[in-house]
Design a protein around this ligand. Sequence first.
Ligand code: GTP
Ligand code: SPV
Ligand code: MN
Length: 583
Amino acid sequence: MTTTLSTLQEWVDSVAGLTKPDSIYWCDGSDTEYDRVIAEMCDSGVLKPLNQESFPGCHLHLSDPSDVARVEHLTFVCTTSEEDAGPNNNWMAPNAAHEKIDALFAGAMKGRTMYVIPYCMGPIESPYARLGVEITDSAYVVANMRLMTRMGKSALQRIEKEGTFVKGLHSTGDLDPERRFIMHFPEELSIKSIGSGYGGNALLGKKCHALRIASYQARSEGWLAEHMLIVGVENPHGEVHYVACAFPSACGKTNLAMLIPPESHKGWRIWTLGDDIAWLHMDEAGKLRAINPEAGYFGVVPGTNEKTNKNAYDMIHRSTIFTNVATTEDNEPWWEDKKSGTPATDWRGNDYDPSSGPAAHPNSRFTVSARNNPSYSALADAPEGVPISAIVFGGRRRELAPLVYEAKDWNHGVLVGASVASETTAANVGEVGVVRRDPMAMKPFCGYNFADYWSHWLSFSDRSERLPQIFHVNWFRQDESGKFLWPGFGENLRVIRWIIERCEERAHGHKTPIGYLPNPAEIDTSGLDISFETMKELLSVNIEAWQKEMDSVGEYLESYGDRLPEALRKEHAKVVEELRKAS
Ligand code: GTP
Ligand code: SPV
Ligand code: MN
């Protein structure tokens, strides 16, 4: 296979000239190709088959121990003007960045195969879908892209028809963290990534394209590319509301997207459309519609069990790639909180020794096709996407943030999103458990200046009166002993129900300075072992603590200087004033 599109052919030729691969292979996306690539990786030791009786079609990949997560400190947005990238991004001038990274790419594929992967982000027939081509020397990337995107022949056909595509160049390089860079050139629609084989750094269709490059494009074209799950919630009458939720990395998107309703919620059903990324477009009626640009999940493994997330637990028992989990004597994958089996070998491939840390890496991942998910919604393939009733922001906050509250209106909702803070997790290399600002859960992923991004969000209220209502949730409040106050997981449906009832104007709530909170009786706790005191604590607003929080939010917003939209400053001032009155 080659291509009739000369710009594509010329780019492939020039990359081959620079990287000097032994051979070039164009991916067609077929099952035969997938099976062959997997078999080749098993031969070379990159993959190991897991127990094929209990885990048919499942394989294990152990990465280099220094290459287990995203590397925000090595991730750059290379716009002509530094201001366009904003204080939220690392920046390098495009010419300097190309020079630096091309020097690392020179000869990087010697002795290796260069794979050309045409892919489509979004349903192949969707007007909202976007195209890309990733060139990589990693067979692991090929297999993952096959599971995560619509990849191969049909994507190439659309690329040849449209002529426009995002150019992504990736090489595993020598995995030396000193020679690792993830660079984005939004003005050129291109990405260059070297020195890492890890998901978010190497599967360029995902965070690099579908968020960083796409958010930049979305701004000038009037849509939104967001770090959001998309879920359909069906009530016992068969009515379905679609909800899009932005939580930071490793803060519960995959879990919420495929939750199993609690026993007490007979007749409720959950339909998964996406677990990580949503592209939101306004339709002619002024409704926001969402598509999931991805076709598979790259999910956190630890914590997944039959109680917390049975759908995920079941779906990763076949045709799944596991990265950096432990294994049992029987060669089954094992991870912390799996609740069955014992680890024999850890994620480094050593005999398991509890004194050397967790058996599975805390950021170990599964890669699996969305079609494996028992709660998969066929509408994930609908070209026009689904209408969104509610947008929900959230974070991992031991203290302060209540279980749920609703913003007063769209503009206040933008402030709520911009104020999101969350404890850092193992999804990025660095310290874990420190609270940092993560606006709209996009801190690592917004491809341009956050101040401009908030202006763009605010602009939607001028364009429609039928926008989704905006909420904030926090599943992660803890008591002094570190125990979670809220049971979470499937029980989160109880909170989602209130959110939907607000959208249907059926729940009253009460107004507080930070927004509308549920009246205690409005969250159904039937069948839950939770005290009235705990619910009261989860649904209270500590005025003094919130005054401090809003001071810190104000400082953060002001760090964006002149570009900070005045309307956001005004929303902040309004909340500060209401808190003052309430104190
Ligand atoms: P990314 O893929 O990194 O974007 O993460 P994500 O937002 O999809 O997070 P995910 O659903 O994988 O959850 C991350 C971790 O949080 C897992 O270990 C879960 O078990 C845990 N978790 C998810 N939901 C809840 C919840 O409601 N309560 C508690 N206590 N933990 C949760
Ligand atoms: C995240 O870190 O938010 C992920 C995993 O979803 S990665 O693809 O590595 O970005
Ligand atoms: Mn994510």
